[in-house]
Design a protein around this ligand. Structure first.
Ligand code: ZN
Ligand code: ZN
Length: 389
């Protein structure tokens, strides 16, 4: 079967790579990926999938489905296609073509057992949490397992990613002339500065992998007026979603304390919360075994820790994994000019094909061997419980 998948996808090579290049040549930023999503939707429709264009509040999200027989597991394939200001500096042009190719191969080659294939187009990964919005809108929850691909400097899977939350805090005080009637004033800026100070003291008493950053968004005006309002921007991260809750509790105490000290009031607005991934080693192993079968370049052990991604919110709810395929030299950072320069190379095209083969082969195995999928689900459930407690 693996050989068949390989041959079948080689037949689609030209089409998939030209789609990847076309998306690369028309970089679209978060929520504006009309060309990319349209191209992928057209392909899936042509290949016999039922396609829903636009999901909930996101016109550039899509869901495509194919049901073989009756019942069976639901295999999810997810792809991103948003760019950065400097173009496709995260390699997302490769994901859609790779994923739709995998879906087409599974649909055409796997007839023996019942299953459902669900392909999700997920916009706005870069800093906008598109998948968080899709989850809020009720999508991304109808799969037994969720698979992705991403380009990178090595072929590997991931273990942990950072949970994070951002917060905008505005302190409200009372303005007064800073020289003539300072005693009448209550400085919102003082409160903001004290909150920064509080966070510096907190740093000594949190787990090592905690990250807290802050900056002033609005300092409240000229120095001869006691500032009536001041706003700060805060970011809190940890590799552990449960520990993030503890950090949020302590953060709120600092904010309240700063307000109390200055007799101001506080207003906290949280941004979208990104969870930490719950890894499923059995699934990572399955992807890497198939990466070995198709001889993917520069295969390396799991990345132990990575930054934040909205895919983690999916992986927090259902078993999932992402196969990263090497297409840039070892050590190259994403969001770099090197990623842009490598966007249409032979290596990038190879990554599109390799990931399609690896994901298709892994999906077929999970459908053909119910015990394998069961083991994956059980491993996920046990890790999920540990993380929730
Ligand atoms: Zn990125
Ligand atoms: Zn990315």
């Amino acid at each position: 079967m693996k050989e068949k998948i390989g041959t079948f996808l080689e037949g689609e090579r030209k089409r998939l790579c030209s789609m990847s290049d076309a998306i690369f040549d028309r970089p679209e930023m978060a929520f504006k990926e009309a060309f990319a999503s349209g191209l992928l939707e057209d392909y899936l429709e042509e290949k016999g999938f039922t396609v829903q264009r636009g999901l909930g509040s996101l016109p550039t999200a899509f869901r495509a489905e194919y049901q073989n027989g009756e019942g069976g597991p639901s295999i999810g394939l997810l792809c991103e296609y948003d760019a950065l200001p400097q173009g496709h500096a995260c390699g997302h042009q490769m994901q859609g073509p790779s994923i739709v190719g995998a879906a087409y191969a599974i649909k055409e080659l796997l007839k023996d057992k019942p299953y459902k294939l669900i392909v999700y187009g997920t916009p706005a990964e870069e800093g906008k949490g598109g998948k968080v919005i899709m989850l809020e809108d009720g999508f991304l929850q109808d799969m037994d397992v969720a698979l992705m691909m991403h380009g990178g400097p090595a072929t590997q899977t991931d273990i942990h990613s950072m949970a994070k939350i951002s917060a905008k805090v505005t302190f409200h005080g009372k303005s007064a002339h800073a020289a003539l009637k300072p005693e009448a004033g209550r400085s919102a800026l003082d409160a903001l500065l004290l909150s920064f100070q509080g966070i510096e003291f907190l740093r000594e008493h949190v787990k090592e992998d905690t990250r807290i950053h802050y900056t002033v968004l609005d300092a409240g005006g000229p120095c001869n007026v006691v500032p009536q309002a001041a706003t700060g921007d805060f970011g809190i991260r940890s590799y552990d979603s449960a520990y993030l809750d503890e950090l949020i509790r302590r953060f709120e105490n600092i904010i309240k304390g700063a307000a109390l000290m200055t007799e101001t009031t506080e207003e906290i607005h949280y941004g979208k919360r990104i969870e930490g991934k719950i890894p499923v080693f059995k699934l990572n192993e399955l992807l890497m075994k198939n990466a070995e079968y198709y001889d993917a370049p520069n295969r390396q052990p799991d990345r132990k820790k990575t930054g934040s991604t909205d895919f983690a919110n999916v992986m927090y709810r259902i078993p999932g994994a992402c196969i990263r395929i090497a297409f840039v030299p070892p050590g190259t950072s994403s969001h770099s000019q090197e990623f842009v320069d490598a966007g249409k190379t032979q290596e990038a095209h190879e990554a599109v094909l390799l990931a399609a083969k690896i994901l298709a082969a892994s999906a077929v195995q999970m459908v053909m061997e119910p015990q394998l999928l069961q083991d994956i689900k059980e491993e996920f459930a046990s890790r999920r419980n540990v993380s929730a407690n």
